[in-house]
Design a protein. Structure first.
Length: 211
């Protein structure tokens, strides 16, 4: 019974329009809302990684962490952060040789890129970081350098200086030279006929007894 009742009800509802020759009103169409324009209001700051070096020989990678805040310096939780390595030259890649990865920020607005490895090319490269949250966006550039091996030779050489570079050794040498000059002056001021044996050595000069 339900099979023929529904078409009958629909026909009865449309009968006034059919009798008068009027068409049923069109179904209103709902237009989709236009997306909001993007606003560059997010600030992306590198917390770790900028200016750091990656050790290719020992495969030690520097940490790569950023923070995303809004115009009022409030951390943004849940923002999508994309880390993008260069396609050629010195650089790095994520798993499956992908050059980009998306990470979501935590409660502190921080996002860390993990699971990446520098390639075998030595040199400096740039990492492009973009952040988005709703219609808000922001970006930053991080600079890293791939090196063969990270050493601390510069610091070691500054700590182990030569003995003659010490300040106190220099002061002692100056004092010794002053004593040497004083000994020569004293020797030349002795009595006219007496002969003295003058012994000159670093420090205070000593004058021997006459012969």
């Amino acid at each position: 019974m339900r099979r023929w009742l529904s078409p009958l009800i629909a026909a009865l509802l449309a009968w006034p329009n059919i009798a008068t020759g009027q068409q049923p009103p069109p179904t209103p169409q709902i237009k989709p809302m236009a997306p909001l324009p993007t606003v560059k209001s997010l600030r992306v700051t590198a917390l770790a990684g900028n200016g750091e070096m990656n050790d290719l020989e020992r495969r030690v990678m520097a940490p790569l962490v950023v923070q995303v805040v809004d115009q009022n310096d409030r951390p943004i939780e849940g923002a999508d952060v994309v880390f993008r390595f260069p396609l050629g030259g010195p650089g790095a890649s994520f798993a499956d040789q992908k050059n980009s990865k998306t990470v979501r920020t935590n409660l502190q607005g921080q996002a860390a890129a993990t699971g990446w490895t520098a390639n075998g090319q030595v040199g400096t490269f740039q990492i492009h970081v973009t952040a988005s949250y709703g219609n808000q966006i922001g970006e930053a550039t991080i600079s890293m350098t791939n090196v063969t091996r990270i050493t601390r030779e510069g610091k070691t050489s500054r700590k182990h200086r030569s003995w003659y570079a010490s300040k106190w050794v220099k002061i002692g040498a100056i004092a010794g030279a002053a004593g040497l000059v004083a000994g020569i002056v004293l020797a030349t001021r002795g009595s006219g006929t007496s002969t003295r044996t003058v012994t000159i050595s670093p420090g205070s000069p000593s004058v021997g007894a006459p012969h």
